[in-house]
Write a protein that binds this ligand. Structure first.
Ligand code: ADP
Length: 635
C-alpha cells in the first residue's frame, strides 16, 4: 500500500472548495482537463518535430474520452508528454498554475464562485464532480508509469503502475446523485458532446468519444415487425479543431469572437473591439486582436506583461510574445499565427527574427488604424477606450524620446474648457480663433480644480479654449510633441503668456516700470524663493498667482517631488505675478512707502497663498500661521 501524502495547505483549501462547491457550472471540469491534455500533447508534439524517437505524427495525437457506465467513471486519456513521479507530486500536490487563487483566497466565503468562474482552476475542478480521481501517467522518455490517487482533502498516494506509452489517463469516479444535484449527465454521451463543442471546439487535436450507434440489422428493414436493431460503436471526433482565427471571417459572428476572447483570456466582460486580420504579402499571418473593455488590475504596474500568443502554423510556440506589441499598445490581447515562423526557433533567436519584426510592425499599424477608425466613427466607444488606456497612449508619446509621437498624436484626447468634455488636438485646432496662435493648456489635479485656476481667467475671457491636463504625464507628453499642426503648446502658467493686445501691453509695461522698485523689494523679501515678482497680465479677480520661467513647470515640479528618490533640486523658476487691478496692489504700493517690514510680511503671505492656489506644498506651515496671526493682531 502506498503511503498517503498530504496536500500543501493552500491546495487543500482549494480542493475543499471544489468538493463542496455550490458552483452551478461544474461542467467546466471537462474543459479544464481537456486543456491540460491538449497542452501535454503540444509539448510532446513540439519535441517530435526534432526527435524522431517520439515516433508519432501529428495525426497520431488525440484526446480520448471513455465512459464506463458500470463503475460510473469518466476517463480522459491523452498521448501527450506525461508526468514523472516528481512532476506528479509538484503539479498535482501543490496548486501550481493557479496563481490567481493566492490572490483571491483572502476574500473568504464567496470566493469559490468567483474563482471558478473567473479563472478556472485547472485539475482540481475534477473534484467538483468526482468522489475519487486517479491519474495514471508516464513521462515521455521514462520507463516507469505512476498512479496518483486521491479522494479529496485527506491526501493522495503515488505508486508505480503499468501503462503503455507516454501520456496521461485521468479516471474520474463520478459522484453519486444527491437530493439537490444529479451527476448522471456527466456520463451521458450527449452531454459530453455538448460540453466539448461548447468549451473545447478549437482544441487542435481530435477529442474522440466512442458513440453507441443503433442500426438496423443487416438484411432487415424498417417494415419488419418488429424491426431488428444492432448496436455498434463508432468513434466520433467531437471538436471541429479548426481554430477560430483560421476560419473564414464570413462564417463567424460577433458572438463567436467574443466568446473565444472570454474563454481564452479569462475575461468576464466582452472586449471593446476585435480585429481579425488575414494578411498575405511581406508577412503572411492570421491574427486575432482584442481591445479589452477595462484595464486589468495590474495593467499600470510593472507586474503586467504585455504580449500576444504566437503560433506557427497552428502550433503554439510562445504563450506571450512581448516583441509583437509596442509598449503603447500593451493592452492588446490576442494571438498571431504565421507560417513564416519556424517551429523550433528559440526565444533568443525569435527576438532578432526579421519576419517577426515585420509582423509586429504590421500589427502596430493595424491597431493604430483601428483606434483611429473608432475615434472617427464611434466616439462613445473610443472615449471608453480612452478612459481605460489613454494613459498608456500618453506615455507612448512621451517615452523613447518621442519616437512614436507622430503616429500617436491623433489618438490623444484631453478635457478642455470648451465644455469640459474630451477633445482631440485636431478638434481644438479646428476651433481656434483667428487671432490665436498657440494651443493653451493648464495643469492640475482634476478638471474642476484646473478650471478654478486664476491663470485661466483671462485666457477664457478672451474666448480661447484651454486643454485641462490632469495626469502627471500630460505636460511631459505635450512638451515632447512641441507642436500640433504648426501650433505650439503654451501653458497658461507660463511667464511669457503673451496674450494681450498691443495697447494692453503698453499699459502693463508702463505700470511695470513705475513699480520696478516695489517688485524688487518683494523679490528681496522672499529671499530666493522666486525669481522675480511682477505685474500680472493674466489675472482678473485673484490678487496673485505663480507662473514659471523656463521648461520646468509648476506641475512638473510637483511630479518630480512625488517620484521615489525624488529630486528635490528640480524646481520651477517661479514668478510671483501680482494683479494691478486688485485692491491688494494699492496696499502694497502704500506699504512700500510707509512700512517695509509689513511689506515683507504681506509678500510672504501672498506668496504662500499663490502656492496654495497652485496646490503646492508650503515650506513651513507653522511659520505661515504665526505670521498670519501676527498680521491679524497688529493694530
Ligand atoms: P494549470 O493547467 O493551470 O497549470 P492544473 O492544476 O490544471 O494547472 O495542472 C497543473 C499542472 O499539472 C499542469 O501545469 C501540468 O504541468 C500538469 N498536468 C495536468 N494535466 C496534465 C496532463 N494531462 N498531462 C501532463 N501534465 C499535466
Amino acid at each position: 500500500m502506498a503511503q498517503t501524502l498530504q496536500f500543501k495547505a493552500e491546495s487543500k483549501r482549494l480542493l475543499d472548495m471544489m468538493i463542496n462547491s455550490v458552483y452551478t457550472h461544474k461542467e467546466i471540469f471537462l474543459r479544464e482537463l481537456i486543456s491540460n491534455a491538449s497542452d501535454a500533447i503540444d509539448k510532446l508534439y513540439f519535441i517530435s518535430l526534432t526527435d524522431s524517437g517520439v515516433g508519432l505524427n501529428k495525426s497520431d495525437f488525440s484526446i480520448k474520452i471513455d465512459v464506463d457506465n458500470d463503475s460510473r467513471a469518466l476517463v480522459i486519456t491523452d498521448n501527450g508528454i506525461g508526468m514523472s513521479q516528481e512532476e506528479l507530486e509538484n503539479n498535482l500536490g501543490v496548486i501550481a498554475g493557479s496563481g490567481s487563487f493566492n490572490f483571491k483566497s483572502e476574500n473568504a466565503d464567496n470566493a469559490d464562485i468567483e474563482i471558478i468562474g473567473q479563472f478556472g482552476v485547472g485539475f482540481y475542478s475534477a473534484f467538483m464532480v468526482s468522489k475519487e480521481v486517479e491519474v495514471r501517467t508516464k513521462a515521455y522518455g521514462s520507463d516507469t508509469a505512476y498512479l496518483w490517487k486521491s479522494s479529496g482533502v485527506d491526501g493522495y498516494t503515488i505508486e508505480a503502475c503499468e501503462k503503455d506509452g507516454a501520456g496521461t489517463e485521468i479516471r474520474l469516479s463520478i459522484k453519486d446523485n444527491t437530493d439537490d444535484e444529479s451527476y448522471d449527465e456527466f456520463l451521458a454521451q450527449w452531454k459530453i458532446k455538448q460540453l466539448v463543442k461548447k468549451y473545447s471546439d478549437y482544441i487542435r487535436y481530435p477529442i474522440k468519444l466512442d458513440m453507441q450507434k443503433e442500426s438496423l440489422k443487416e438484411g432487415t428493414g424498417v417494415d419488419d415487425i418488429p424491426p431488428e436493431y444492432t448496436t455498434s460503436v463508432e468513434t466520433q471526433t467531437l471538436n471541429s479543431m479548426i481554430p477560430i482565427w483560421r476560419k473564414n471571417k464570413a462564417e463567424l459572428t460577433d458572438e463567436d469572437y467574443n466568446k473565444f476572447y472570454k474563454e481564452k483570456f479569462y475575461d468576464f466582460t466582452e472586449p471593446l473591439k476585435y480585429v481579425h486580420v488575414k494578411t498575405e504579402g511581406t508577412a503572411t499571418y492570421d491574427s486575432l486582436l482584442y481591445i479589452p473593455a477595462a484595464a486589468p488590475m495590474d495593467f499600470y504596474s510593472k507586474d503586467y506583461e504585455k504580449g500576444l500568443q504566437l503560433y506557427s502554423s497552428g502550433v503554439m510556440i510562445m504563450a506571450q510574445c512581448a516583441d509583437l506589441l509596442p509598449d503603447h499598445f500593451a493592452f492588446i490581447r490576442g494571438l498571431v499565427d504565421s507560417q513564416d515562423l519556424s517551429l523550433n526557433i528559440s526565444r533568443e533567436m525569435l527576438q532578432h527574427d526579421r519576419q517577426l519584426k515585420i509582423i509586429a510592425k504590421s500589427i502596430e499599424k493595424t491597431v493604430k488604424n483601428e483606434l483611429k477608425k473608432m475615434l472617427d466613427n464611434d466616439r462613445e466607444k473610443y472615449e471608453s477606450f480612452w478612459k481605460a488606456f489613454g494613459l498608456q497612449i500618453k506615455f507612448g508619446v512621451y517615452n523613447s524620446y518621442g519616437a512614436n509621437k507622430d503616429s500617436l498624436k491623433d489618438l490623444l484626447m484631453f478635457h478642455s474648457s470648451f465644455d469640459k468634455k474630451l477633445v482631440t488636438l485636431s478638434e481644438y485646432v479646428s476651433r481656434m480663433k483667428e487671432e490665436q496662435s498657440v494651443i493653451y493648456y493648464a495643469a492640475g489635479e482634476s478638471v474642476d480644480k484646473v478650471d478654478l485656476l486664476p491663470q485661466t481667467e483671462v485666457v477664457k475671457d478672451k474666448g480661447f479654449e484651454i486643454l485641462y491636463l490632469t495626469e502627471n504625464v500630460d505636460e511631459f507628453a505635450l512638451q515632447m510633441l512641441i507642436e500640433y499642426e504648426g501650433k505650439q503648446f503654451k501653458s497658461v502658467s507660463a511667464a511669457d503668456l503673451d496674450i494681450d493686445t498691443p495697447e494692453e501691453k503698453e499699459e502693463f509695461k508702463k505700470l511695470a516700470e513705475e513699480n520696478k522698485d516695489l517688485f524688487e523689494e518683494i523679490t528681496k523679501a522672499l529671499g530666493g524663493k522666486i525669481k522675480s515678482a511682477r505685474i500680472s497680465e493674466k489675472l482678473k479677480s485673484y490678487p496673485v498667482c505663480l507662473s514659471n520661467d523656463g521648461n520646468i513647470s509648476l506641475e512638473m515640479e510637483k511630479t518630480f517631488a512625488m517620484m521615489p528618490n525624488n529630486d528635490k533640486a528640480v524646481k520651477a523658476e517661479k514668478i510671483l505675478e501680482i494683479n494691478p487691478n486688485h485692491d491688494m496692489f494699492g496696499v502694497l504700493q502704500k506699504l512700500y512707502e510707509s512700512d517695509k517690514k509689513k511689506l515683507t510680511d504681506y509678500s510672504k503671505i501672498l506668496y504662500t497663498q499663490a502656492l496654495m492656489i497652485e496646490g503646492m506644498p508650503i515650506d513651513n506651515p507653522a511659520e505661515f500661521s504665526a505670521l498670519v496671526c501676527e498680521v491679524m493682531t497688529s493694530n
